[in-house]
Design a protein around this ligand. Structure first.
Ligand code: ADP
Ligand code: MG
Length: 726
């Protein structure tokens, strides 16, 4: 299909857009009635399970206690009956392999009863454990093919749910995915482990502040999800969008995002209809989506749920991504989750709002109203400062993907340098703490009264800073470097583990200094905060993270600035990182090695696909268009000459030169792709240093051609069309 045809079809799709479904009617069925209707929730369990069984399950969910295997049969039967009552014929263990996707394998409930009929069966055994033949998922050497067994294990802490399809429904059971030796092959297992670690260490700190109820400390996540929408006619006319998720060619649109007229603007009708339906589908699944708006780039939008405990928020974010794509199709659009679908305009990220706390204490990053709470708050804040200072490179590594490389440091997303933004007021307090032992009597005076008598901080202490990768935002930290297409599990695991290490350090120091005497706490905290600030204060940066000055300043401070995944991914197996993950039993050295291997492999594969497609499109799509246009120009010249008119060769010469450039650049890339490499790391580095620039060179010629070739001959939908025809 030519770009010209796609444009006509897209314009028709937009101008004659008719909803395919009857309009949603929230007066007939209210949103609150729909919310969670497809979830095997606590409420449903309470109704359907025997009391003792329900109590036992609830204990596991609420307090993280061991699951009593004896409850499984009972839960399975109740789950099956509930699912069948909702029209389910199949069930699946849902798991999250290292590809970052959501995986499922369906089995029917029906089993023959031996008398010619069949019954819906589902035992506790089937609920607790599954064995998908999932040997094709990457394991980074944890599973040789001969020992390819992988097991899924029921995650009781997240509820089962029903997914609807026009032809039926099926039951989904969240699970962890492990090898037969018990090693994690997925994103969920380390997340659950890191939740345990953070609870243990946070409890120790809280105990020093007099909270000894033992109530579990939970890590929370509130991921804001950005995405693009384009008409499906364009999507199918762009092989690069279909295969790689991003456009590898495309001249700049005359109008981009410079007017900021899209941001928070009125949402186009078709898009709004899509949003309503997306939200309704997510309500059914109990996903508490709350916010929707236009984002900065034309065609870019955001959806954000209310934050939840991290494990649930992670599953829910996966559902959000799946539903966005699914519902977009129904409205004739494609949802793009790639971090940089279009060059030259903003990419998409996922702001991961992170906090620790529980129902009784609220967020431990909340300054609170009293000085005593302030002291505790400052300790947790200091733990975050220390964590990011010591493991900023790890934070960079867990957001390292081929897609996100286009975004981080590209002048709109947070830079690749990890730093913390505290806001003016908090930064000032920590600066005072840092200078506490300085000679200046003023700051000394302030600090001695300081810490436990500091005035309560207002909720919004200070301005927002969009240029920081890790910003304090009133009662949480916002990690903004996460890629839009990524699972949030990796970043959440890293944050939990880094925080565990710092809280462990803090608890150990304070326990030793106070020796159980609460009167000694204030002085001990002051000392500790001071020493943390002296050691780690250089990670705090409140200025413009996009500026060149910051790049220089960060270098002076010795902060790492890893611009590519190739530099960042090896951090996963750095000595200190391995020791930390091992100590808190989140990931073993072998599991970390396997992860590094898988992610490098994924990086290489992504770039190979891009490079091969780049060559193919250059040769079979762009070159022929240029040649056709050259033919037309040549004919025009010949005709003019024939009738004795002066003729103009400039246009023809121009197109010819650019076409030659395109051909030569394509040949160069083809040659590069024939090279052999000694190992995966070398291969990845080669893709990054040589292949990516070679692709850009082809693109430069192609985009120049797009600027001169006749519009009706150009084979690809343009940026202008894809971004603005809605
Ligand atoms: P903004 O765009 O201003 O950052 P949004 O409303 O788009 O704000 O998103 C903020 C996200 O942060 C929401 O998902 C919200 O639920 C979440 N959030 C709020 N408080 C906390 C908290 N204590 N811990 C984790 N996430 C939080
Ligand atoms: Mg937002």
């Amino acid at each position: 299909m030519s770009g010209y045809q796609a444009r006509q079809d897209a314009i028709k799709a937009v101008t004659s857009y008719q909803p395919t479904h009857a309009p949603l009617n929230f007066t007939e069925t209210s949103a609150s009635e729909i919310f969670g209707c497809n979830v095997f929730s606590m409420k449903v369990m309470e109704e359907r399970l025997p009391k003792s069984i329900f109590k036992s399950v609830k204990k596991t969910i609420d307090n993280g206690e061991h699951l009593d295997p004896a409850v499984a049969d009972s839960v399975a039967a109740a789950m099956r009956d509930w699912a069948v009552s909702k029209g389910a014929t199949h069930y699946t263990h849902v798991f999250y392999p290292l590809t970052g996707l959501t995986a499922e394998k369906h089995d029917g409930f029906l089993e023959p009863d031996g008398k010619g009929s069949a019954m819906a069966e589902f035992s506790g055994k089937l609920l607790i454990q599954g064995e998908p033949d999932a040997s094709s998922f990457p394991s980074g050497g944890l599973r040789a093919t001969f020992e390819a067994r992988g097991y899924t294990a029921w995650d009781v802490t997240n509820p089962a749910y029903i997914i609807e399809n026009p032809n039926g429904t099926f039951l989904c059971i969240p699970t962890a995915f492990v090898s037969w030796t018990g090693e994690a092959l997925d994103k969920k297992t380390p997340l659950l482990r890191s939740n345990q670690a953070i609870n243990t260490q946070a409890q120790r700190v809280l105990k020093l502040f007099g909270h000894d109820s033992g109530e579990r400390v939970i890590s929370y996540a509130g991921p804001e999800q950005e995405y693009f929408l384009v008409d499906r006619n364009f999507y199918f006319a762009r092989p690069d969008l279909m295969l790689t998720g991003r456009t590898m060619f495309g001249a700049k649109s005359a109008k981009g995002q410079e007017f900021d007229d899209h941001y928070f603007g009125a949402i186009p009708n078709r898009v709004l209809s899509f949003m309503y339906e997306t939200e309704r589908e997510l309500y059914k699944l109990g996903v508490p989506v709350k916010t929707r708006h236009n984002e900065v780039a034309p065609g870019q939008f955001e959806i954000a749920p209310i934050y939840e405990q991290a494990n649930l928020a992670t599953d829910h974010n996966q559902m959000i991504m799946t539903i966005l794509k699914k519902v977009a199709k129904r409205y004739g659009m494609a949802c793009l989750l790639h971090e940089k679908p279009f060059a030259g305009i903003n990419g998409s990220g996922k702001h991961l709002n992170y906090s620790l706390g529980n129902n009784t204490l609220g967020s431990l990053f909340d300054p609170g109203d009293t000085p005593h709470e302030n002291m505790q708050f400052l300790v947790f804040c200091a733990a975050a400062i220390r964590a990011v200072y010591r493991h900023g490179d790890l934070l960079r590594a867990v957001v390292a993907t081929a897609g996100n490389d286009h975004r981080l440091g590209a002048n709109e997303a947070p830079p690749a340098i990890m730093s913390i933004y505290l806001g003016e007021q908090l930064a000032d307090i920590f600066e005072q703490i840092k200078c506490g032992k300085c000679s200046s009597s003023k700051s000394k005076g302030m600090l001695t009264v300081g810490v436990d008598t500091l005035p309560p901080l207002p909720m919004d202490a200070g301005d927002r800073n969009r240029t920081s990768p890790f910003a304090f935002t009133g009662n949480r930290f916002e990690f903004r470097a996460v890629g839009s297409n990524q699972s949030i599990a990796g970043p959440q695991v890293a944050l939990n583990t880094m925080m565990s290490e710092s809280l462990d350090f803090i608890a150990t120091e304070l326990e030793a200094k106070t020796k159980g005497d609460p009167k000694k706490l204030s002085a001990a905290v002051q000392d500790l905060l001071h020493s943390i600030m002296v050691e780690c204060g250089s990670i705090i940066f409140n200025g413009d993270g996009y500026s060149d000055d910051w790049q220089k300043e960060a270098k002076k401070r010795g902060l790492p600035n890893m611009k590519t995944s190739v530099e960042a991914l090896p951090i996963i197996t750095k000595k200190e990182v391995v020791a930390m993950f091992d100590k808190y039993k989140v990931l073993s050295p072998r599991e970390l090695e396997s992860r590094e291997e898988v992610y490098i492999e994924q990086y290489i594969k992504a770039l190979i696909t891009e490079a091969l497609l780049c060559v193919k499109m250059a040769k079979t799509t762009i070159l022929p268009a240029a040649l056709r246009y050259m033919g037309q120009l040549a004919q025009t010249c010949a005709s003019m000459k024939a009738i004795g008119m002066g003729y103009e060769m400039v246009a023809l010469e121009d197109v010819t030169a650019k076409t030659r450039g395109l051909k030569a650049a394509t040949a160069e890339l083809e040659k590069l792709m024939e090279m052999k490499h000694k190992d995966a790391k070398a291969h990845a580095a080669f893709m990054c240093d040589k292949v990516l620039p070679a692709m850009l060179k082809i693109r430069a010629f192609a985009d120049q051609l797009e600027e001169v070739v006749a519009d009706d001959l150009w084979p690809l939908p343009s940026y202008q069309e894809m971004l603005f025809i809605k």
